[in-house]
Design a protein around this ligand. Structure first.
Ligand SMILES: [Zn+2]
Length: 72
């Protein structure tokens, strides 16, 4: 499943919509104590570690790899 991500260099974060379809905007901060971002040659990104939205009702948990969602 492909996912659109928006990388904000100013705020050092990545935004995307929760892939479960609940419509929540997920913001992952980038940095030492947060997520690590990899930007690939084709313009897609990978985030590590996984994204776990356990504070949302959907409690979705997934990886973003090369601009695609991998559910856990
Ligand atoms: Zn969701």
């Amino acid at each position: 499943m492909k996912i659109d991500t928006y990388v904000s260099k100013t705020y050092k974060c990545v935004q995307h919509l929760c892939p479960c379809g609940c419509g929540n905007k997920i913001i992952t901060p980038i940095g030492k104590n947060a997520w690590n971002i990899e930007v690939h040659d084709d313009g897609t990104i990978s985030l590590s570690p996984s994204v776990g939205n356990f504070y949302l009702p959907c409690r979705s948990h997934y990886y973003i790899k090369h601009g695609k969602i991998k559910l856990c």
